[in-house]
Write a protein that binds this ligand. Structure first.
Ligand code: ATR
Length: 280
């Protein structure tokens, strides 16, 4: 006979601070309905000081967790094992509880970005010139996947140049170079510009030269909602082919988490369309 708790749907949650705005509960509920998978998914707000304890207590009974800002590095640190993507990014956005109770960390952000770019946004990456603005956690979460997708040249520009140089060094291939923020106007134009700074989240202005973009450029902000607006406004003013926020990446990284937890790949398009029309 099953125990009482075995009759309840498996539990999942996203941990963040703040996390009230998170779309992950809605996304996973929609995936679950679509795939006929019963699940309970909530948002849990914890401070960095309380994160470790809260996640361990939750995962003692639950099946998995998503982790968002500012806990992604801490999520990797607390796990007993990790995927190659999480290790190289230095952060995790997905935790799974293994059958023996140990915790495994994964990072599906970069794969989610590449799938959104190459699929939904029809942005081919092979051989392309790519500019990555920022060298913090968000940038590290996607840089390796852009290289894996075959970009021809990855230029990393960060306000603090040492951080860009460190990321370029960690990536360790000749296709990657770090450049100074004040030299942006001399770098020419790019096929893809990925905005990975936290300026938008912080409500700080972003000053970029228009010459970075052409009518063929795709401008992509890793965040969505109000945090993406200043970069998207710049990209449109600079005349890009496509200016898009990270909503598609959010849905795609969630789909990879769903596969890890449930072994089924949901169809992301109706979920993306629903979130887009409901004003995410
Ligand atoms: P996240 O996990 O969101 O990437 P992070 O690791 O703190 O957060 O990194 C923030 C990134 O945004 C860094 O690249 C940061 O540049 P610095 O290394 O110089 O701090 C960048 N950033 C934050 N505010 C910025 C601003 N106003 N203009 C340009 N870059 C900014």
């Amino acid at each position: 006979m099953p125990h009482g708790t075995d009759l309840l749907p498996p539990r999942y949650a996203v941990f963040g601070h703040p996390v009230g705005h998170s779309l992950s509960p809605a996304i996973h509920r929609m995936f679950g309905e679509q795939c006929g998978v019963a699940l309970e998914y909530t948002a849990i707000d914890v401070t960095p000081a309380a994160f470790d304890d809260a996640v361990r207590r939750f995962l003692a009974h639950a099946h998995g967790a998503n982790v968002t800002l500012p806990h992604k590095a801490a999520a990797l640190a607390l796990a007993d094992e990790c995927s190659a993507a999480a290790r190289r990014a230095g952060s995790a956005n997905v935790l799974t509880r293994l059958p023996d109770g140990r915790l495994a960390a994964h990072n599906t952000d970069g794969a989610g970005l590449v799938r959104d770019l190459t699929g939904r946004q029809q942005c081919a990456l092979r051989g392309r010139r790519v500019l990555l603005l920022g060298a913090g956690g968000a940038a590290r979460g996607v840089a390796w996947d852009l290289l894996d997708a075959g970009v021809g040249e990855l230029t990393i520009v960060n306000r603090t140049p040492d951080t860009a140089a460190a990321l370029a060094g960690a990536l360790g291939v000749a296709r990657v170079r770090a450049r100074y923020w004040q030299d942006l106007a001399e770098l020419g134009s790019f096929d893809l510009i990925v905005h990975a700074t936290s300026a938008g989240v912080l409500g700080q202005p972003l000053v970029l030269p228009h010459g970075l973009a052409t009518a063929q450029t795709v401008g992509y902000d890793l965040s969505y909602g109000s945090a993406a607006q200043s970069f998207l406004a710049w990209a449109r003013a600079a005349g890009v082919r496509t200016a898009c926020d990270g909503l598609g990446m959010l849905v795609e990284q969630a789909a990879d988490a769903f596969v890890l937890w449930h072994g089924r790949r949901p169809d992301t398009d109706p979920v993306y369309a629903h979130l887009r029309t409901t004003g995410a």
